[in-house]
Design a binder for this molecule. Structure first.
Ligand SMILES: [Zn+2]
Length: 40
């Protein structure tokens, strides 16, 4: 099964939608200032 990783924090998600809807605590704009970004 594929996994999708955030390029900022490395957290893995089961799908891109979940990833992009969740706040990232290592976002470049600041903790939880933005959502995870898929690393492709
Ligand atoms: Zn993240």
């Amino acid at each position: 099964m594929d996994k999708f990783y955030c390029e900022y924090c490395g957290r893995d998600f089961r799908n891109v939608r979940q990833l992009t809807l969740a706040k990232c605590d290592r976002h470049p704009d600041g903790p939880n200032r933005g959502n995870h970004s898929p690393a492709l």
